[in-house]
Design a binder for this molecule. Structure first.
Ligand code: TYM
Length: 327
């Protein structure tokens, strides 16, 4: 039986971090065993916030390297840049003509920007439409994401169902978000969701010394060394759970509850567990960084496959809505 397609994306609007890794990259890479994966770098989406050509280029490379360093197999997964399949912009326009602005006004990301009084460009307002186009153009069934993207995937599903209904045809597959409960929202240094836009991240490929420095900055309560502590409400422990073995977690939790363990010790334990986990991907990252042609080849191969599927979907869409057949 043909495998179902999995699709997801990451915005090159900053350096990928532990929240991206645990919330999306790792779960997405696990789907290599069961699905037909298409993973891409959402550069058009990043343009809503990043207006620096050099930075955008660097962040695109970092995103590609992150997938590859953590085990993306280019023979199984198509990895590509969003802009190498410009057909998504056509689909985005078509979908946008079928969505009421009221739906977009309810998007969490838009509401957060509006409530914070930030300037909102048209790209930011239309962001969920382009994201729906990304998902629907590849007939994606499964969309592995962190919790913050759930609403966007649900909007894509609604747009797909709306189009199928209006044109009385199975134009689009209805996608499902795949969210792992234990990593749905990875906390950042300040306890809020780890996010490029909050500046509270632990980037994936820092040299160990710099990583340790950041880990030491994680915000905790002000309990003294001798006091008993609650692992269940501690950011340091929440991150430790993502990297330590079950025995190590049980051991540290006991030491929290017993008192006599300072947060500095807990942070050191977290740093060591992370450093151990990141050692191998860091090496792979260094190798790949030295071989940009190899990364370009992977992206070109992924784009070719993705574009073929997108063009196929677009002729179906154009036909169904009265724009086709294409000449
Ligand atoms: P982005 O670039 O913000 O994040 C990439 C992925 O990482 C997840 N994530 C987290 N998960 C758990 N805890 C965190 N602290 C955390 N921070 C980030 C995100 O949920 C996401 O899955 N709109 C998307 C990019 C996109 C996309 C798509 C995704 C564009 N088109 C189509 C899926 C399908 C975004 O901004 O992700």
């Amino acid at each position: 039986m043909a495998r179902k397609r999995a699709l997801t994306g990451i915005q090159p609007s900053g350096v990928p971090h532990i929240g991206n890794l645990k919330g999306m990259i790792e779960p997405a890479l696990q789907l290599q065993e069961t699905h037909e994966p298409f993973y891409f770098i959402a550069s058009y989406h990043a343009l809503t916030s990043t207006k620096d050509a050099t930075l955008l280029r660097d962040y695109q490379r970092e995103a590609a390297l992150s997938f590859l360093a953590f085990g993306l197999d280019p023979d199984v997964t198509s990895l590509f840049l969003q802009q190498d399949v410009p057909e998504v912009c056509e689909l985005s326009w078509i979908l946008g003509c079928h969505v009421n602005t009221g739906v977009l006004e309810r998007a969490h990301a838009y509401k957060a920007a509006r409530d914070a009084g930030r300037e909102i460009n048209a790209g930011t307002f239309n962001y969920p439409i382009l994201m729906a186009a990304d998902i629907l153009i590849y007939d994606s069934h499964a969309v592995p994401v962190g919790k913050d993207q759930k609403q966007h995937v649900e909007m894509a599903r609604d747009m797909a169902a709306g189009m199928n209904h209006r044109y009385g045809a199975e134009i689009f597959v209805l996608p499902e978000p795949l969210i792992k409960a234990e990593v749905a929202t990875v906390p950042g240094l300040d306890g809020r969701k780890m996010s490029k836009s909050y500046g509270n991240t632990l980037p994936l490929f820092l040299p160990p010394k710099k990583l340790r420095k950041l880990v030491m900055k994680i915000v905790t309560d002000s309990k003294g060394v001798d006091e008993a502590k609650d692992p269940g409400s501690c950011n340091v422990f929440a991150l430790y759970e993502l990297f330590a073995t079950a025995d190590e977690q049980a051991d540290l939790a006991d030491r929290y509850r017993a008192g006599g363990l300072g947060y500095g010790h807990a942070k050191q334990a977290l740093f060591e567990a992370m450093d151990r986990f990141l050692a191998e991907p860091r090496e792979r990252y260094a190798e790949l960084s030295a071989d940009p042609e190899q990364v370009d080849r992977v992206l070109a191969q992924g784009a070719e496959k993705a574009r073929g599927i997108a063009q196929h979907t677009m002729s179906r869409v154009r036909g169904a809505i009265g724009l086709g057949p294409a000449r």
